[in-house]
Design a protein around this ligand. Structure first.
Ligand code: HEM
Length: 465
């Protein structure tokens, strides 16, 4: 009896699956096009197990080798097209960006806030993007250099003589810088409360979305409410006192068409989310690569010491200036090479909003499309000897669309200048005043979801004699 029920269920499911499949329907020219090469695996399950039973990049590379730079697969209940050529990435992210909308699981939207920038396309997205870009463009963030410098010095002092988990400590640094750029001088007053709530919120980010008392998801949603309340308090006190701030909150509140408090809260939480772990992961990788490449570390240290030597001796303890950060070409190349080798965001997600033709293949409406950044960064045609850490390769600009650590097109990272600035400031103090040794073997990569050295890179951190 049970086997008959199971058989009927399987048949109903298969029928549903086939009817939903774009291969079977429609008579337009587009739907007659072939799908990209690849395999959809088992019904519903697809190739999820193959992807998650190993390092995901092994799965991507094996598929690319077998099928070429565009292939289809089926992951977590969704048919997907994965792309790994610079031209295809440009097509999806730039030239035909309107045909591919950003897509996230509903639980993530609820947690970060449905009105946050990365979930949108069209007019609302353009309006938000203008406001976010205004707060993070070089002319604005140059005003933050000395405050970032103070945050960097304070962080490093706390690590002196200790064994630390690099990623955990970097997260504190990048969180404090993110708050500074979002709420400016108010940052210090609200830092601890915002931090407490945000840390609870992030714990539930990868949990099952079950909103019942006691679950991680529920605790996250409660912390999220509290975060929104604290932000409402900051917004209300700003409304009462005139400010000439140039932080993100000022940009949101200064908008003529005025965002609601809820829209502001969703976007503040969203920007913290986008800014913190990404930059902290990159910093963690930089410490690992510098420790493994003493000649590069030596060259970076000399470049940074030259900035101090170039100063009047009375000014030696002076805070870094914007102009100082422009005297760091070699250190900048180390940052770029780390972004390439580590490729902390291995890929991003889009969804086709209609049937799209690409290179004679059909990308059906509703299918997910994943530009594979890491595969592009690790392709020998784009970067010879791709696994070698060699900052000098950035003495020459990379070929168009081959270097996408901050994405490309309408959703590309508006915080990239701030990320690079805070990394350079920290590296200045780190290399001129400190030493670090990596503890334990360091050959594995963790994905959580950003690529990270094993266990967050435990190190021993000491002041130079
Ligand atoms: C090294 C650190 C960082 C990396 C590698 C990084 C990478 C990226 C990438 C690849 C995207 C595009 C995703 C897509 O197209 O789906 C993105 C978007 C975004 N990033 Fe960053 N990011 C970093 C730091 C930051 C910082 C510091 C901020 C803010 C201060 C920030 C704010 C954002 C926002 C708001 C978006 C969404 C833009 C939109 O949808 O229009 N990111 N980031």
């Amino acid at each position: 009896m049970y086997s008959v029920i199971i058989l009927v269920c399987v048949l109903v499911f298969l029928l549903h699956y086939l009817l939903k499949s774009p291969i079977s329907g429609g008579g337009s020219r587009r739907t007659k096009l072939p799908l990209p090469p690849g395999s959809l695996g088992w019904p519903y399950i697809g190739e999820t197990f193959q992807l998650y039973s190993q390092n995901p990049n092994v799965f991507f590379s094996a598929k690319q080798k077998k099928y070429g730079p565009i292939f289809m697969t089926h992951i977590l209940g969704c048919p997907c097209v994965m792309i790994s050529s610079p031209e295809a990435a440009k097509f999806v992210l730039v030239t035909r960006a309107h045909l591919f909308k950003p897509t996230f699981p509903a639980s993530k939207e609820r947690m970060l806030g449905k009105q946050a920038i990365f979930f949108h396309q069209g007019d609302y997205h353009s309006k938000l993007r203008k406001l976010v870009l205004r707060a993070f463009m070089p002319d604005t963030i140059r005003n933050f250099v000395s405050d970032i410098d103070s945050i960097a010095r304070e962080s490093l002092r706390l690590w002196e003589g200790r064994s630390i988990n690099t990623f955990q400590e970097m997260k504190t640094y990048t969180f404090n810088v993110a708050l500074l750029s979002i709420i400016g001088k108010d940052e210090v007053k609200f830092r601890e409360d915002l931090k407490r709530c945000y840390y609870v919120l992030e714990k539930g980010y990868n949990s099952m979305p079950i909103n019942l008392p006691g679950t991680l998801f529920n605790q996250s949603m409660t912390a999220r409410k509290e975060l929104a309340q604290i932000l409402a308090q900051i917004i209300s006190s700003r409304k009462q006192t005139r400010h000439d701030d140039n932080d993100l909150l000022a940009s949101f509140m200064g908008d003529k068409e005025c965002l609601t408090d809820e829209q502001i809260a969703d976007n503040v939480i969203g920007v913290i989310f986008a800014a913190r772990d990404t930059t902290a992961s990159v910093l963690t990788w930089i410490l690992k690569f510098l420790a493994e490449n003493p000649a590069v570390l030596q060259a970076v240290t000399e470049e940074q010491e030259a900035i101090i030597k170039g100063r009047d001796t009375r000014e030696e303890e002076k805070l870094l200036s914007w102009a100082d950060t422009k005297k760091m070409p070699l250190t900048t190349r180390v940052v770029l090479e780390t972004l390439r080798v580590a490729s902390i965001l291995s890929f991003t997600f889009r969804e086709a909003v209609e049937d799209v033709e690409y290179e004679g293949y059909l990308i059906p409406k509703g299918w997910k499309v994943l530009p594979l950044f890491r595969n592009i960064h690790h392709c020998p045609d784009n970067f010879p000897e791709p696994h070698k850490f060699d900052p000098s390769r950035f003495e020459v600009a990379p070929k168009p669309n081959t270097f996408l650590p901050f994405g490309n097109g309408v959703h590309s990272c508006p915080g990239n200048e701030l990320a690079k600035l805070e990394i350079l400031v920290l590296l200045h103090h780190l290399t001129t005043k400190y030493r670090w040794t990596v503890m334990g073997p360091q050959n594995e990569i963790q994905y959580g979801p950003f690529a990270l050295p094993q266990d967050g890179l435990p190190i021993k951190f000491t002041l130079k004699s």
